[in-house]
Design a protein around this ligand. Structure first.
Ligand code: C2E
Ligand code: MG
Ligand code: MG
Length: 911
């Protein structure tokens, strides 16, 4: 009977309860969705005000009056946005734009003379427009640098990066703003689509400060519901709670609903019924219900009474057991923390330390005892103390974990970087916090090193190209602002390849390093010496309006370079060429560098180890060179090249013996362009390879074609000039072999001419190509001999067959600065090495006799003939060799008739 009654009572009670719960849930859902709609409306309204401001600021410069009119028009200050205390603009101002910003503020009647907090920074985030309904005297908004407040800085960064409105709960700013929240929206100059573009184009942030309670007051709130609102979807970070209802609600605990609200970005709301919700109006208990509940309670009470005694016994047992296990666990905890690889502190709510583990003491370089109490604060770097206390403050308010990095200052002055994570020991604030401290000094150092590597050259330690161009842009911006003139110097070490090739790359590096040190010490504070690339260095130096200061600095740097360098056990003398460009009014960084580079090339062309000042003429010269390069590209296909032949005679018999092939360019508008002008351009641009190939094939085919003529000319040797890039190219020797094979020409009849400076400048690839020529059987002549400082020992090792004395020595024979001793020495040295010695540039009979007397074996020059097109060459040869033929010489003034091809016959009738 009792069982029946109890089950009936139970079923009735369960049914009654289930119905009420379902009613209550339905009502809660209705209230919640109404609330969500109201909140979305309110937040959308605030978001729209901000979006409107941002759109206005995007237009560019607007006046403060225009801004106020906008606010008036949308109803700000009329009660419509009662929750918003104030709106304004934070402007992103680059370090060099600060002066202009302050001037502009003052022009608008706002008396700001400097930023707050003061200091020089790369970028400022300055309050510049404001409309405050209650402008607190404590906020000196105008000229205030918001980026100096870390939480605001990260808020602005987040807004910039996402392009969306972002919210900062006021509690993050301190207790004064605990019930407020800050809304920002980035303002861009364009419509950036990528992260980098957003960073570049952000010009400021529209700002609104709203009061949470005020916003809630404008909503019809239901006391039966509790909620918290955070910025961000899916519940958001709990410590970012922006709105809470009722005000005492914390974000902890269980929530029955989490929903996203969409109002200029996503918010999320967590809702739950207020305690007692189930006992609301739907829970009126009727008399029957009361009876049922009464019976149930009586039953339960009886059961409880029966169990009470045994429960008490069990409870006592459990307490005893719990105390023991607490002791064990406390001991285990101490052992664990004592040997933990991270520092651990236990801190009371007032920031006093009660426990420090050994690792923490090690990190701080102090005894654990000295850190207990308030002592540990003295271990924190003074600049970081405030940040650390605010962290503790934050967990005190939010009861959540928080982290930050800060610096520990050891008694020996050593700085350690640590990452600090603090968490409340429990939900009870009185229990304090546990702080774990991780030494991240190595990580920070690695980061700093990486940052350093990104901006500094690892070999010389000088700023690299990226940092240089940053500084150059900075100087240009400064110049635009305050008109301070400066100059850019572009330095290239002369023939640095020679150092690398002959002494090895290590020696080359040592020279660069030494130069880096000299340059770093050679510029004044505020000036820059940087490594641009390879052996190129660049400088930014202060200069007066004219070039005097810049040229004197360039002279000083040249002197620094020239001081002997001790390298690989020997003393080296290095020189450099410097180009100087003085900044002009409308210059940009690229033009300045290009001008300095152009001037540097000019310094090289003018003979190296000097500086050259950029001027328009140089610019013209370099433009011309560029045009020439463009035309040169087309010259081969357009058939604008031709090969001329300059005869060479055997000085013993005076008989023509061979010729030198010399290229000519018939330019469509410039006429005949000298190879002296275009070969260097072809070498620079890489075009010399196809051109050189063409010349070689043209010359060899001509030789074969003449061979096929019964009348000749039958040349014993044909010389062809080959440039440095061709010698550097391993394919050249193969090309030479192919051509010779194709035209069936004996390799011994071809002499390849390479200039002395080229042979001396390279010991690797050039030498290999020359060896291959030798293996093919061609002759090799060192051209322009005497100009390239050959070392005799080195010459001896080269696979060469002839020396061609440079025409500058021939021209000075018995003249001013008489070169006779040099020529004599070259002839003697050449003969001692069993080399054929040729004189070039023999332009008259006097020189002919002199080179003859000095013992040259062969000669060429205008005394016999200038380079000629093939047809003329054939005529000339025929005249010069056939019995009775006529040799014209001395520019046509002399004429010789040849009886037997011997010199006697020629001399007999020379004038
Ligand atoms: P180079 O090989 O030393 O050629 C001799 C230069 O002296 C030629 O100048 C020739 O015209 C000039 N010359 C001849 N007789 C006299 C004279 O009596 N007095 C003076 N002052 N000069 C005389 P060109 O043809 O203008 O060539 C200049 C240079 O251009 C050549 O000097 C050579 O280094 C280079 N070059 C010419 N053709 C080629 C070529 O096909 N390939 C390469 N790589 N270089 C070439
Ligand atoms: Mg030559
Ligand atoms: Mg020459």
């Amino acid at each position: 009977m009792v069982a029946l009654l109890t089950s009936a009572i139970g079923t009735g009670a369960w049914y009654w309860h289930a119905r009420n719960v379902s009613d209550a849930n339905a009502r809660f859902r209705a209230v919640a969705s109404e609330l969500e709609a109201d909140l979305t409306r309110a937040l959308t309204q605030d978001g729209a005000l901000l979006a409107g401001s941002a759109a206005l600021f995007r237009q560019g410069t607007i006046t403060r009056t225009e801004y106020s009119s906008y606010l008036q028009a949308v109803g700000f200050g009329t009660g419509r946005f009662s929750e918003i205390h104030g709106v304004g603009l934070i402007q992103s101002v680059p370090g060099d734009g600060l002066g202009a910003f302050l001037r502009e503020m003052r022009a608008d009647g706002i008396d700001v003379s400097r930023v707050t907090p003061s200091g020089v920074r790369d970028r400022y985030c300055l309050g510049s427009y404001a409309d405050w309904t209650d402008l607190q005297a404590s906020i000196p908004l105008f000229g205030y640098d918001f980026c100096t407040v870390p939480v605001i800085h990260s808020l602005l960064t987040r807004a910039t990066d996402t392009g969306l409105q972002q919210v900062l709960p006021g509690s993050r700013l301190g207790p004064l703003y605990a019930s407020d929240f800050v809304l920002v929206q980035p303002v861009y100059s364009g419509s950036p689509t990528s992260l980098t573009a957003r960073e570049h184009e952000v010009t400021g942030w529209a700002l609104a400060i709203a009061s949470g309670p005020q916003l809630l007051r404008s909503l019809p709130l239901d006391s039966a519901v509790q909620f918290v609102v955070t910025n961000g979807p899916g519940g958001g970070p709990a410590n970012d709670t922006t709105l809470r209802w009722p005000p005492s609600t914390t974000s902890g605990g269980a929530w029955s609903t989490i929903a996203d609200l969409h109002a200029y970005g996503t918010w999320s709301i967590r809702l739950r019924p207020a305690p007692g919700f189930l006992l609301g109006d739907s829970l009126l208990i009727g008399p029957v219900g009361l009876l049922i509940v009464g019976l149930l309670c009586v039953g339960l009470l009886t059961a409880l009474l029966v169990n009470l005694m045994s429960a008490r016994r069990r409870a006592l047992q459990m307490v005893r057991h719990a105390t023991t296990s607490l002791q064990v666990s406390e001991e285990r905890y101490r052992t664990l923390t004592g040997s933990a690889p991270i520092g651990i502190l236990e801190v009371l709510p007032e920031a006093d330390v009660t426990y420090v583990n050994q690792r923490m003491a090690d990190i701080c370089g102090r005894d654990a005892g000295t850190l207990v109490g308030a002592g540990w604060i003295s271990a924190v770097h003074p600049d970081d103390v405030a940040g650390m206390l605010s962290l503790i403050d934050r967990i005190r308010v939010d009861r959540t974990t928080a982290a930050r990095t800060l610096r520990i200052l050891r008694p020996d002055g050593d700085l350690r970087h640590v990452r600090l994570s603090a968490a409340p020991k429990s939900q009870d604030p009185a229990t304090g916090y546990v702080v774990s401290v991780e030494d991240i000094s190595a990580e920070v150092t690695a980061h700093e090193e990486l940052a350093h590597q990104a901006l500094y050259d690892s070999l010389t330690g000088l700023p690299n190209r990226a940092l240089f161009s940053d500084r150059l842009n900075f100087e240009l911006a400064r110049r635009r602002r305050d008109g301070l003139p400066f100059a850019v110097l572009f330095l290239d070490l002369d023939q640095f390849k020679l150092v690398n090739d002959s002494l090895g790359h290590e020696a080359g590096d040592a020279v660069l390093k030494e130069m880096g040190q000299r340059f770093a010490g050679g510029v004044r504070a505020g000036e820059t010496a940087a490594r641009f690339s390879g052996d190129e260095f660049v400088f930014i130096i202060a200069s007066g309006g004219d070039s005097r200061e810049a040229t004197s600095v360039a002279g000083r740097i040249l002197a620094l370079v020239q001081e002997p360098v001790l390298c690989a056990g020997r003393e080296l003398t290095v020189t450099a060429s410097i180009g100087i460009a003085i900044v002009a009014d409308d210059t940009d960084a690229t033009t300045l560098l290009r001008d300095a580079d152009t001037a540097m090339y000019h310094a090289k062309e003018a003979g190296r180890n000097r500086y050259a000042l950029f001027n328009e003429e140089l610019h013209h010269h370099s433009v011309e060179r560029l045009e020439l390069r463009a035309d040169l590209r087309l010259a081969l296909t357009r058939g604008e090249f031709e090969v001329f032949y300059e005869p060479a005679v055997d000085l013993a018999t005076e008989a023509p013996m061979g010729a030198e092939a010399l290229i000519r360019w018939h330019h469509p508008t410039r006429g005949l362009v000298s190879p002296l002008e275009f070969i260097p351009v072809a070498e620079d641009s890489g075009l010399i390879k196809p051109i050189g190939h063409w010349v070689f094939e043209q010359a060899v085919s001509q030789l074969a074609a003449w061979d096929a003529l019964a009348t000749g000319p039958h040349l014993s040797v044909l010389s062809v000039n080959v440039s440095a890039p061709q010698l550097d190219d391993p394919a050249t020797a193969g090309m030479v072999r192919d051509v010779l094979e194709r035209y069936e020409v004996d390799p011994r009849r071809v002499s390849i001419e390479v200039t002395e400076s080229v042979v001396m400048a390279d010991s690797g690839s050039t030498l290999r190509t020359l060896e291959r020529f030798k293996a093919l059987g061609t002759r090799v002549t060192i051209d322009d001999f005497g100009t390239g400082y050959s070392s005799l020992a080195y010459l001896h090792r080269l696979p060469v067959t002839a020396l061609k004395i440079d025409q500058s020595f021939i021209a000075r024979l018995e003249g001013e600065d008489d070169s006779t001793p040099v020529v004599r020495a070259i002839v003697e040295m050449g003969h001692a090495m069993e080399l054929h010695v040729v004189a070039e540039g023999v332009s008259d009979g006097r020189l002919r006799s002199l080179v003859c007397a000095l013992g040259c074996d062969a000669a060429q020059g205008s005394f016999w003939a200038r380079p000629m097109p093939p047809d003329e060459f054939v005529d000339w040869w025929e005249n010069s060799t056939s019995a009775g033929g006529v040799i014209r010489f001395d520019g046509g003034r002399g004429e010789a008739r040849i009886a037997s091809g011997t010199v006697e016959a020629r001399e007999a009738i020379s004038p």
